[in-house]
Design a protein around this ligand. Sequence first.
Ligand SMILES: NC(=O)c1ccc[n+]([C@@H]2O[C@H](COP(=O)([O-])OP(=O)(O)OC[C@H]3O[C@@H](n4cnc5c(N)ncnc54)[C@H](OP(=O)(O)O)[C@@H]3O)[C@@H](O)[C@H]2O)c1
Length: 253
Amino acid sequence: MYPTFDLKGKIAVVTGASMGIGYGLAKALAHAGATVIAAARNLPALRQLCADIQQEGGTAFAVSLDVTNVPHIHAVMEQIAKEHGRIDILVNNAGLGANHPAVEVTEADWDTMMDVNLKGLFFCCQAAGKIMLKQGFGRIINMSSQASVVGIVDHAVYCTSKGGVNQLTRVLALEWASRGITVNAVGPTFTYTPGTAERLDDPAYLQGVLDRIPAKKVAEIKDVAGAVIYLASPAGDMVNGTILLVDGGWTAQ
Ligand SMILES: NC(=O)c1ccc[n+]([C@@H]2O[C@H](COP(=O)([O-])OP(=O)(O)OC[C@H]3O[C@@H](n4cnc5c(N)ncnc54)[C@H](OP(=O)(O)O)[C@@H]3O)[C@@H](O)[C@H]2O)c1
């Protein structure tokens, strides 16, 4: 009768867990009871994360994963399922952000961001999705952005990649809904992380951001984690194909 946010017994994979939002999401999922598989390229940082989680009484394992290597994605997801018996939750958090006026975007800029933010995310969904379809249960949460639904100057490639994440989320939700799987996305506003520090540490840039956020503050990682845990937990069972914006009202304007 009452909603539950408990993730005890769940196996949760978090990509891009070595720093920033992913690091905090991994800790929050472990705090909610999940066994966390923390994936990224920087293994020492992941090991530090696992130690942090263990110190807080949780359980976590580090796995090396480059989401631009599709055969590697499949091998890693299969190995996780073999070692841990299943994959219940996948949080596709790995992502890149960069500012370029559209006229300065190079082919390499385009390919680098699309390979991580969109192509890599899709193949992580596919690889974990195959396992979830077999087990008849899964919760996929894709890290989108407020920039998926509104344009942001100098973010042509980023906005395009995140708009693609939203569409992918809807299509996969429809394809897998009858098989016990939900696929949703979370769209934060600016959140202070290593990926945004350079921009948010510039007082003029920060003021420009705050002027656009009705709540008059940037997001904290715990705000993003609240949305992810909701979508991963039994409380979110009937939510599917949605883009949950965590933006202090930016996109309501
Ligand atoms: N911070 C914000 O304001 C904000 C707002 C909206 C949405 N988001 C989204 O939230 C997510 C995390 O953002 P963040 O600010 O926390 O980023 P961040 O601090 O730059 O961290 C990015 C993470 O992605 C991982 N990553 C990058 N390339 C990878 C690859 N090829 N394979 C595997 N992992 C890779 C990095 O790990 P390794 O380098 O160890 O591989 C790192 O853990 C992104 O999807 C971003 O678009 C962020």
